[in-house]
Design a protein around this ligand. Structure first.
Ligand code: MG
Length: 159
């Protein structure tokens, strides 16, 4: 078995929606990024890459490479999952935490789980997404940005 951890942050900027866990959520601001700024999927990609000892998302999809400008993070995730499979592993389970004072995420969690599970090729029961505020404390609490944590367990792929 292999374990991996990922963490990502993007700051708010002008905009009218955020992408979180592969879901478009209307919001008074956007998230500044070279890609679509999906911190949840970026943290998950980093956890998966970490678990197979393959560095991080910045190494595979550099933010100074025009090829990844405005990238759909679900596409990045599927590419990372392909690498996980090539390394001989499958996702056992993923546990993800989104840290955001706003927007409210409860209504979107189920769709995030469905999309992440589909992109990882696993049952939705293997993916858990939860959201927390920071009670107004710190950069997330001041609504300066959104953070996400990811932990994954990889299992050897069957013969
Ligand atoms: Mg990122």
């Amino acid at each position: 078995m292999r374990i991996g951890h990922g963490y990502d942050v993007h700051r708010f900027c002008e905009g009218d929606h955020v992408m979180l866990g592969g879901v478009r959520i209307e919001h008074a601001e956007g998230l500044a990024a070279h890609s679509d700024g999906d911190v949840v999927l970026h943290a998950l990609c980093d956890a998966l890459l970490g678990a197979i000892g393959a560095g991080d998302i910045g190494r595979h999809f550099p933010d100074d490479d025009p090829a990844w400008a405005g990238a759909d993070s679900r596409d990045l995730l599927r590419r990372v999952v392909t690498q996980v499979q090539a390394a001989g592993f499958i996702l056992g389970n993923a546990d993800l935490t989104v840290v955001a004072q706003a927007p409210r995420l409860a209504a979107h969690i189920g769709t995030m789980v469905e999309r992440i599970a589909a992109d990882c090729g696993v049952d939705p029961g293997a993916v858990n997404v939860k959201a927390t505020t920071t009670e107004g404390l710190g950069f997330c609490g001041r609504r300066e940005g959104i953070a996400a944590h990811a932990v994954v367990l990889l299992l050897p792929a069957g013969p």
